[in-house]
Design a protein around this ligand. Structure first.
Ligand SMILES: Cc1cc2nc3c(=O)[nH]c(=O)nc-3n(C[C@H](O)[C@H](O)[C@H](O)COP(=O)(O)O)c2cc1C
Length: 240
């Protein structure tokens, strides 16, 4: 199986330790590709909207973004990690997610995303881990992913791994290993089931796209939906 990991920080700190515990269950049997932010996608979205209106390959940062997109589309499992920074995901992660605005369902979602699984690992000192996970989850869900597992921690002690009490570290390890075991048992040859909410979102956007297409048949997003057959009977979660 293939795993693509997007790390919201380059720091080899607590978040990285937690991620390594999770990945430990897959090492030796999975092909793991990792990206570290901001290194692998260092520039902010400039808001030029060329990706929305014309073509994502025209983005000034397309070389960074498309490399990550390719790895995500090829993966069976996506893993996102982030510490909480001022109650949210890191700025570096937000920068990456902004670049994938064109993949939100009202624009041009990638077909493969509808059958993927994802895990989000976040941690914080006292509060904000859940909202950091939500920042990431919102994008993944609007990309079309239904099966998203969140594993979030409150350190409540120290922010340096070796100084966190042993009992706390053991509890976090146990929770992560359990989550990893659950994800390992999945038969990745079978696509994940697309959930009710994602289907509803898709149907609402489909109506929107059909209306937009009537007003402007040359509209980029409409043409994408039409060419995929989604304004007709085809659905991204169904095999052709
Ligand atoms: C800029 C910054 C903002 C932070 N904001 C929060 C916060 O809002 N809530 C919280 O509980 N911890 C906060 N923390 C602590 C981190 O979430 C995290 O626990 C700590 O940085 C250790 O993780 P790391 O080693 O992976 O960086 C913050 C840390 C930094 C550097």
């Amino acid at each position: 199986m293939k795993i693509t990991v997007i790390n919201g920080s380059e720091k080899r700190g607590v978040t990285d330790r937690l991620k390594e515990i999770f990945l430990g269950k897959f090492r030796g049997e999975a092909e793991i590709t990792e990206f570290f932010l901001p290194r692998d996608c260092p520039n902010f979205c400039a808001g030029c909207t060329v990706c929305f209106l014309k073509d994502e390959h025209l983005c000034k940062d397309a070389a960074y973004v498309q490399r990550i997109e390719k790895a995500m589309r090829n993966a069976d499992l996506l893993v996102f990690t982030s510490p909480a920074y001022v109650f949210h995901t890191t700025g570096a992660m937000k920068t990456l997610l902004d670049h994938f605005g064109y993949r939100w369902m009202p624009h041009r979602p990638a077909k493969e995303m509808f059958s993927k699984r994802a895990v989000i690992i976040t941690q914080c000192l006292g509060a904000g881990g859940k909202s950091a996970a939500k920042d990431i989850r919102d994008s993944l869900s609007w990309w079309g992913i239904s099966r998203i597992k969140v594993v979030s921690f409150k350190l409540m002690s120290e922010v340096v791994w070796d100084r966190i009490p042993e009992t706390k570290r053991a509890k976090m390890t146990e929770k992560l290993e359990k989550a990893a075991e659950q994800m390992r048992k999945i038969d990745y040859a079978k696509p994940a089931r697309t959930g009710f909410m994602i289907r509803m979102k898709f149907c609402a956007v489909r109506m929107l796209q059909k209306n937009l297409g009537k007003q402007n048949p040359g509209y980029t997003d409409y043409l994408y939906w039409k060419n995929n057959g989604w304004t007709g009977a085809k659905r991204p979660w169904k095999q052709d």
